[in-house]
Design a protein around this ligand. Structure first.
Ligand code: CDP
Ligand code: MG
Length: 787
């Protein structure tokens, strides 16, 4: 009966261009008849690495996990390497640890160091490229250690620090925050050890931190040796690191231990960078994952991901997706056993996919288990992220819709199926044009293997790639290039200058960035007024900018508010532009169940199809239109925040006005943090400046001028033919359809984002007076360039 049902099944109509060319590989897929091709080659190499497995000791259990949870914890692969790891760290200052995702690197290794006494004379910092990971992992580790978050275990991320100096021993910190700490404490004296996590991602900040930590380590080692030789403590011997603490009669600080942690094998670069540091490789425990490929390229990956999710959901439960409401199951399936992890690119696509899933899940065949879409991306509130990590109720299958965040930094338990769009969102900088763009780009082979590996953590799994086998083997790069090779380096150069590095072109990076990018960054900082034109040193403004947890252009614009009499409004603007969640959401009535938000900020990807997506867009656009400012999208956001503030952030009011209370609450929190920061760095704020009030006409003008002082490089001017040209790059750009200025074209605008899809779209616009450009950024616009 089962066999007949499965043989007589017509090809599913959902991916028509694929179905036609489907190669059914019964042996690998259990004759599911999915329109996928299974490869002849082993495709999950990353999950099958095997190197020697050192024996280790079994330390005591943690008090608050359940017995089973604690047993599982102690069975994590890194426990087998515990003894060796600690021994190596006793003998060496630096150590490289390689272990697959989910082995326990991030949660367990810091505890090993703590239990072995490494934290006796300083805290242990564990760096994370993403704030979400820092928060959720710190929360988990606090539970494992049986303490409240913010006591022995805490996190410090932009605009949110739960740690307490002297009390917090394990500090999960985003790398950008540790760079900022290093500006105030170049020897990192607060720490006994720094664990650099996720270094394989090669984020700019992690790369930079490696260099900073290495300098601090060398410097502390020298101080120790001097003390040992009896020279006593005192001044340094140059080397470029500014000497803050460490002087006086206090005993020299202990050597700084550095552990570099990675989920991939390409660690030679880091071992060499840290003076030939030994590598400990912990063998992971994973199960085989069978990979299926689309038989032909697909154009709309959101749509394809949704279809594939529903297909996997039904067919793994033994049903056909297109079965009638009262047909019997085609074969005995696994019910709702095993969750689906779907890799998409960003908040907007994820929310759109969640809505489509919710809508289509209502039409599933009878007897089909429930499907629960769980979005997971950086801008989501920590509570919502934790929800995605929790087990689904009995008889319900979760579909976790995630960005790259679930690739290596967060492990979602219970996943058995992976659907991989093969894409990720990447920020790229074009030094010649002076602009950043946000682009959806193909992932690397290494990343594809990581994604597939997520399906085989607990038992054998399946991975469905929404791209062809040919693409995988012939088109994907082996590994992603280090971000420093293609990033905007203004923030990096600003940090280096603040760390006392005079010649940034001679700085020892893990991998040197292109010289042109460094020079472009220097020039940009010069025009921003952060560097002195003669000496190249930081100006007082530059030094303030370096201490703000903001992009240099935002920091500059905020500081410019002083001259334009709009400090309070600029604090609101900075806060509302700093939060990542969607502000404008679908209106009060109607609305699909579940996650009903549509991201307005994250970039619009290259998909247009899908009535659900379009409808959700127009609902968000309607909410935006309600607060539309003639001065553009940025002021529209400020306007919405001011109105919400006046309404006391009341939940009903927010709903009725199509605003996300959650995003507003984060913006308000960020604003309060910024007020505190401003008071510390710049000076006291007037009472009115502390509130996110509705702006006066003068303030609106002040804000637009202050913004010009920071973002002059992102100006676009309307041409006689009605199109826009970006001044810095001289390229034609188009106003994004979501902009409030889409049909109300202004002569000159600033844009916050440049998104490459089918066109070069500019988003988040602000209307300015073109004359302000030459006035506020004369060095940038002083020549005849704009003729
Ligand atoms: O860093 P790495 O990828 O090696 O692993 P980890 O983040 O330390 O996670 C180790 C294990 O802890 C995961 O495989 C999960 O089983 C568990 N974990 C969890 O259950 N909940 C969390 N929030 C974090 C980790
Ligand atoms: Mg980790």
């Amino acid at each position: 009966m089962e066999a007949i049902a499965s043989i007589s099944r017509p090809p599913p109509p959902y991916l028509p261009n694929v179905a036609k060319r489907a190669r059914h590989d019964g042996s690998a897929s259990g004759a599911l008849g999915l329109p996928w091709t299974a490869p002849a080659r082993a495709s999950n190499a990353a999950a099958r690495v095997s190197v020697h497995k050192p024996a280790g000791a079994r330390p005591r259990p943690a008090p608050t996990l359940s017995e089973a949870e604690d047993r599982a914890r102690r069975e994590l692969p890194v426990w087998a390497g515990r003894t060796e790891l600690l021994r190596e760290l006793e003998l060496n200052d630096s150590l490289i640890v390689m272990a697959e995702t989910g082995s326990g690197k991030t949660t367990q290794i810091p505890q090993f160091l703590h239990e072995a006494g490494f934290s006796a004379r300083g805290a242990i910092a564990i760096t994370q490229p993403r704030r979400v990971a820092a928060i959720t992992i710190a929360t988990r580790v606090a539970r494992e250690m049986g303490c409240a978050l913010g006591t022995r275990v805490g996190y410090s991320v932009r605009f949110d620090d739960t740690t307490e100096r002297g009390v917090t021993k394990l500090k999960y910190i985003t790398d950008g925050m540790l760079v900022r700490e290093a500006i105030a404490d170049p020897l990192l004296l607060a720490y006994a050890a720094v664990l650099l996590d996720e270094v394989h991602e090669r984020s700019v900040q992690t790369d930079l931190l490696c260099a900073i930590v290495k300098r601090a380590q060398a410097e502390r080692r020298r101080a120790l040796e001097r003390a040992r030789r009896g020279c006593g403590a005192g001044g340094g011997d140059g080397g470029g690191v500014a000497h803050g603490g460490g002087a006086g009669a206090s005993p020299p600080s202990p050597p700084l231990k550095v552990v570099v942690m990675s989920a991939t094998l390409e660690m030679a670069t880091f071992s060499a960078f840290f003076g030939g540091a030994p590598c400990v490789h912990v063998r992971g425990r994973s199960h085989p994952v069978t990979c299926f490929y689309a038989a032909a390229p697909l154009d709309d990956y959101v749509e394809a991901a949704v279809t594939a999710t529903l297909q996997v959901h039904c067919e793994e439960a033994g049903l056909r997706l297109d079965a009638g409401r009262d047909e019997l199951p085609a074969r005995a399936g696994d019910g709702a056993d095993g969750d689906i992890l779907v890799f998409l690119t960003g908040a907007e696509e994820i929310e759109a996919a969640a809505q489509l899933l919710n809508a289509r899940a209502r039409r599933l065949p009878a007897g089909c288990p429930k499907l629960l879409p769980c979005p997971m991306y950086a801008a989501l509130s920590p509570a919502a992220q934790l929800r995605a990590l929790e087990p689904a109720p009995r008889g319900v299958r979760k579909a976790i819709l995630a960005t790259t965040i679930a690739e290596t930094s967060l492990t979602v338990p219970g996943v058995r199926y992976v659907i991989d769009s093969g894409l990720t969102k990447s920020r790229r900088f074009h030094a010649g044009k002076g602009v950043d763009t946000l682009q959806v780009v193909p992932i690397s082979k290494a990343a594809a293997r990581q994604r597939a590996g997520r399906a085989g953590r607990e038992r054998a799994g399946k991975c469905f790639r929404l791209y062809t086998e040919h693409t995988f083997f012939n088109e994907l790069e082996a590994s992603a290039p280090a971000e420093i090779a293609r990033a905007n380096l203004a923030a990096v150069v600003l940090s280096l200058k603040a760390l006392g590095v005079t010649d940034v072109t001679a700085f020892e990076f893990v991998q040197s960035p292109p010289r042109a990018a460094l020079l472009a960054a220097l020039e940009h900082l010069l025009v921003l007024g952060a560097l002195d034109a003669k000496t190249g040193a930081l100006t007082p403004t530059g030094s303030l900018m370096a201490r703000m947890p903001l992009e240099p252009s935002y920091a500059r614009a905020l500081l410019a508010a002083r001259a334009h009499d709009c400090v309070g409004p600029m604090l609101t603007l900075t806060a509302v532009m700093s939060v990542e969640g969607a502000l404008f959401v679908r209106g009060g009535s109607g609305g699909a169940a579940g996650a009903g938000e549509v991201g307005a900020r994250a970039d619009g990807a290259a998909h247009d199809g899908g009535g659900g997506i379009a409808a959700a867009h127009s609902a968000a656009d309607a909410a935006r239109a309600r607060f539309a400012s003639q001065y553009g999208d940025v002021l529209t956001r400020v306007h919405a925040m001011g109105a919400a503030h006046a309404a006391g952030y009341n939940a009903d009011w927010c709903r009725a006005h199509g605003l996300s209370k959650r995003t507003l609450a984060s913006a308000e929190r960020v604003r309060r943090q910024l007020c505190g920061l401003w008071a510390r760095l710049v000076g006291p704020l007037a009472g009115a400046e502390r509130e996110a009030a509705v702006l006066s006409e003068d303030e609106r003008r002040g804000v637009r001028r202050a913004l010009t002082a920071g973002f002059f490089a992102r100006a676009a001017v309307r041409q006689p033919n009605g199109r826009y040209v970006a001044l810095a790059s001289r390229e034609e750009v188009a106003v994004h359809p979501s902009s409030v200025l889409f049909s109300r074209k202004a002569p000159c605008v600033l844009f916050q984002e440049l998104v490459l899809t089918t066109k070069r779209y500019i988003r988040e616009l602000t209307v300015i007076d073109e004359a302000w450009l030459a006035e506020l950024a004369p060095d940038f616009f002083d020549d005849d360039e704009r003729a």
